[in-house]
Ligand binder design. Structure first.
Ligand code: GRF
Length: 194
């Protein structure tokens, strides 16, 4: 069973989907550690309620920077928990060398668009404002860029004429919750063949 580390800054619905897939036998994994940079993020509450180990990433007063020292501490905490695959789930800071090197080829992310279209923040708003007729979500490996690593899995949803950014995001999230556990299973199989 592969040991997962989850990093998130928000509500944690993708973490919940991963937990649900584990509980129903759809994913042979365990969540070893859940870390957030936001002290009152709902992902931490959900994780604690599920009895998971949690921790706070100390980014001091930086709003979006992920200080190198904090990245070292994060890598150390993940390694000490025996994490084999790191899953970003709504984590809002860019990863750099300390973490990328510690988990080379073992960090994945879910992004709410069909990459390479609409990388970065509020991808669902970007899709509506661009007049796109379809969008979706992408699971990809993480590199030092903004949503640029190799694609693992994608799912497509229509953008309807009366969509708001919120209604499109809700439709995309339904697909995220299906493809993220499926992509994790596939990556886990490639990391631990047989
Ligand atoms: C998701 O839409 C994900 O694609 C993006 O951030 C959001 C996180 O949602 N990276 P949640 O915290 O998993 O509910």
């Amino acid at each position: 069973m592969i040991r997962l580390g989850i990093l998130g800054s928000g509500s944690g619905s993708n973490m919940q989907a991963i937990l649900d897939a584990i509980a129903t036998g759809g994913l042979a994994a365990e969540i070893a550690l859940v870390l957030s940079d936001i002290p009152d993020a709902y992902i931490l509450e959900r994780a604690a309620r599920a009895g998971l180990s949690t921790g706070l990433i100390n980014c001091r007063d930086f709003r979006s920077n992920f200080p190198e020292e904090a990245q070292h501490e994060t890598a150390e905490a993940l390694l000490q928990s025996g994490v084999e695959l790191v899953c970003l789930a709504g984590f809002m800071r860019l990863l750099r060398a300390p973490l990328l090197q510690a988990f080379a080829g073992r960090i994945i992310n879910i992004h709410p668009s069909l990459l390479p279209s609409f990388p970065g923040l509020h991808a669902w708003t970007q899709a509506v404002e661009a007049g796109a007729t379809e969008s979706g979500c992408t699971v990809h490996y993480v590199d030092a860029g903004v949503d640029t690593g190799p694609v693992i899995f994608q799912a497509t949803v229509p953008v309807l004429p009366d969509d708001t950014p919120e209604s499109l995001h809700a439709r995309i999230q339904i697909e995220e919750h299906k493809i993220y556990p499926a992509a994790i299973a596939e990556v886990a199989a490639s990391l631990r063949p047989g």
